[in-house]
Design a protein around this ligand. Sequence first.
Ligand code: PEP
Ligand code: CO
Length: 455
Amino acid sequence: MHTEHNWTPASWRERPALQLPSYADATALRDTEQRLSTLPALIFPGEIAQRRTRLAAVARGEAFLLQGGDCAESFDAFGQDAVESTFRVILQMAVVLTYAAACPVVKLGRIAGQFAKPRSSDMETVDGVTLPSYRGDIINGNAFDAQARQPDPARLLTAYAHSTTTLNQLRALAQGGFADLHEVHRWTADFVRTSPQGERFAELANRITESLAFMEACGFDAARTPQLHAVEFYTSHEALHLHYEQALTRYDARTGQWYGGSAHMLWLGERTRSLDAAHVEYLRGLANPVGVKLGPTASADDVMRLLDRLDPNGEPGRTVLISRMGSAKVLEALPPLLRAVRRSGRKPVWCCDPMHGNTVTASNGYKTRDFERILAEMRGYFAAHAQEGTYAGGLHFEMTGQDVTECRGGAQALTDEGLSSRYRSACDPRLNGSQSLELAFQIADVLKAARAGSI
Ligand code: PEP
Ligand code: CO
């Protein structure tokens, strides 16, 4: 029987744990965990409390959650451009949604810690050679050679260092002037500027700039309105690598609660949400908001038990249920879950990840996703919520601001042949900056209709 008092940051170790690496050198792992546990947490309790307040507003239907970033961050692709481009496209998408639906948008990156990946197979075979699968840069290297694929505990410290630098850059971008609404014209990447979505965004930016000028001419003091000059930007990642997460868990004496210090929000993947296993055990004891991915095999019973375990007191802003059913299944698989949760009186945030149920292999072997199917799952998600009388509170994307060629379709009409030119993802295919913005305009139309009650 689980009770709150027998939770500790290490109690997950007594449960079966899926998807964790096995390290050859147990002493090196222990030393690294010890070192990490003495370093400062990346996120502090006050920030986590603020984040929960924002999510509670989403749960009440007063705001919308936009979560996005890489499938897997990588140590190599790291640098000022990668982070800035993702940040700016999230900002653009958020402005499109805020303007169209007149609804505050809570911005949450899959960033500054998204380094560990669950895999469907432990081993990978290429040309007759079998090696351990790549599990994300915090565990091993992507290169197909025996040494790179060996899990290395030193990578935990590198991931911590990368997360720290990324977070520092994000805090500067969010607070240091870049995100000022008066700068809205500067957020568009060069390669998007001349595209139809780039032009549509420029029109929107003109309207915003005109409105600001009008308000200021009427005597509105923009300089005294901090919301115009900075944004709140939060971080999240899948809480997969429990040795790392435990080492960054801290006790807040002021509130008497434990919190995960690696990100504002942590989520459980579709493969690690088993009720009595290690990952659920670890997350249930934290004060952070927690997400759970729900694929088409999740039953209403599974969802209710997960909510009971992770959020026994039904606290506002505590849980985010992230459905990822696939475009073909969403209308069948999602409504029973929405109904059961609604009937229980619980109010989690409902979010939709229209990426992970729609991954296919292209004719030339690339893992890809079709823009149209992503859009179709998203529409199905809004329709299911409208039908059940629940609030479709957010979307979760794998995306980058950069000009990659990983997902098919969209206005750029990317084809299988086009995928090879700039396929850079270390794991799953991401929407590029242009496709992300295009999608934001489509979502804005759906969101506007949903808020007007006409879906
Ligand atoms: C992911 O978000 O990258 C992921 C692996 O998702 P899921 O757990 O939904 O498959
Ligand atoms: Co992914």
